[in-house]
Ligand binder design. Structure first.
Ligand SMILES: Cc1ncc(COP(=O)(O)O)c(C=O)c1O
Length: 412
């Protein structure tokens, strides 16, 4: 494997040469969405210039080409996560839609009044609200695994205690978009299966950043978004174990998801198309295929190592500068998303001053209000997050922005 070459990678991302507020753009918000390399942009451009057509239905050449490229990209996804084949890869809009499909289909069939659904206190709203809606509809109980606010880790006793109540479903994030915490999914999945639960893993913050294999996670469903892993917005993945997907009813009806239709009824299409009603995001699928090629060209292990090294460096710089960070202190236990606060300064002011220095970070509740507001007891926090194109120099720029915040608010 060639040495990780961040400078060469940066050269593939046209947006990294723009200036913002007169400064070089330092993009530290990849947990929200990633930037796109020229290889992905070009592949989408080529699709529209050379073979744009609707898929599955055409017998003419460019429609067949588009169908081939779209379905080939599912093969790349299947291989990336170690699924059996494309029958286990359902294309959706994003991780949110993937989770909602499980709620609308699997859970609607399997969750009855009084059943328990278990999530954790570190979930994104996309893995909370669908279960609140479903619980209300079914009269089910929604339980939470607690987290330790100081360490940012799940409370192991709380996991065991909640699993002893025999939930029907455990829906859990692999990595927290706020704290960065990586959960030990393989052990938790096993415990949950032993307790009789079906396991859904939210991989939105893990699949883009590290090798993720279904066999290691041991889960039944995995949800993630293409836009956080170099692909365009509007394409995401629901992985489901084929034996489970086979038994699930379609969540949406329409074209493409049927084998045949008469006046009163229909028969469903094969997997995965049973869950893909209507014209899909063809450019998105093709873009995701190109994104996976790009990531594989670097290697997921090397991507993980690069981000760990940046995270270690950033944690050290922030500690030296007296900034409070949240989440695990050891970079091995986290992905490269670091929430922080500068005492006495509102996170939105922090982000605004960072922006004036060309540094893009996020501030707010990060779509995780139960965690930020109720557990961390903060109205908002600032967060910097890293990807393959970030360097230590970017973190140095962020630390210069920290100095400007301190100077502006006369903190030092
Ligand atoms: C952990 C986690 N889960 C789910 C999502 C939802 O992703 P999307 O908005 O692409 O559906 C996000 C987005 O930030 C996330 O960080």
């Amino acid at each position: 494997m060639a040495k990780f070459d961040a400078e060469k990678i940066r050269g593939d991302f046209p947006i990294l040469s723009v200036t913002t507020n007169g400064k070089r753009l330092v993009y530290l918000d990849s947990a929200a969405t990633s930037q796109k390399p020229i290889q992905v942009i070009k592949e989408i451009d080529r699709y529209y210039r050379e073979y744009n057509a609707n898929i599955h239905r055409g017998v003419y050449k460019i429609s067949e080409e588009a169908t081939q490229a779209y379905e080939d990209s599912k093969r790349k996804v299947a291989s990336l996560i170690g699924a059996k084949g494309i029958e286990e890869i359902v294309y959706v809009r994003n991780a949110t839609e993937a989770i909602n499909i499980v709620a609308l289909s699997w859970a609607d069939e399997n969750i009855k009044k009084g059943d328990r659904i278990l999530i954790t206190e570190m979930e994104h709203h996309s893995n909370i609200v669908p279960w609140q809606i479903l619980s209300k509809k079914k009269g089910a109980v929604l339980d939470y695994v607690k987290i330790d606010a100081d360490t940012g880790m799940l409370d192991e006793e709380s996991i065991s205690e909640q699993l002893s109540k025999k939930p029907k479903l455990l829906s859990i994030t692999h990595a927290s978009n706020v704290l960065g915490t990586i959960n030990s999914i393989s052990e938790i999945s096993k415990e949950a299966h032993d307790a009789g639960a079906t396991v859904l893993v939210d991989g939105a913050q893990s699949v883009p950043h590290m090798p993720v294999k279904i066999s290691e996670l041991g889960c039944d469903f995995l949800a993630f978004s293409g836009h956080k892993m170099l692909a365009p917005t509007g394409i995401g993945v629901l992985y489901g174990r084929s034996e489970i997907l086979e038994k699930m009813p379609p969540a949406f009806g329409g074209g493409d998801m049927i084998m045949s239709v008469d006046h009163q009824s229909f028969t469903s299409n094969d997997l995965p198309w049973k869950f893909e009603a209507g014209t899909p995001n063809i450019e998105g699928g093709i873009g995701l295929g190109a994104a996976i090629d790009y990531l594989n060209g670097i290697g997921m292990e090397d991507i993980k190592a690069h981000e760990k090294s940046l995270t270690r460096y950033a944690l050290k710089c922030m500690e030296e500068s007296g900034i409070r960070t949240f989440g695990p202190k050891d970079e091995k236990a986290r992905v490269g998303a670091i929430p922080f606060e500068i005492d006495g300064v509102h996170p939105h002011d922090v982000a605004t001053i960072f922006d004036s220095e060309g540094v893009a970070i996020r501030a707010g509740h990060h779509c995780a209000m139960p965690l930020v507001v109720e557990v961390l007891k903060k109205p908002a926090v600032s967060r910097m997050s890293f990807y393959i194109y970030n360097t230590e120099e970017d973190i140095d720029k962020a630390m210069e922005a920290v100095s400007k915040v301190k100077k502006t608010f006369k903190l030092s």
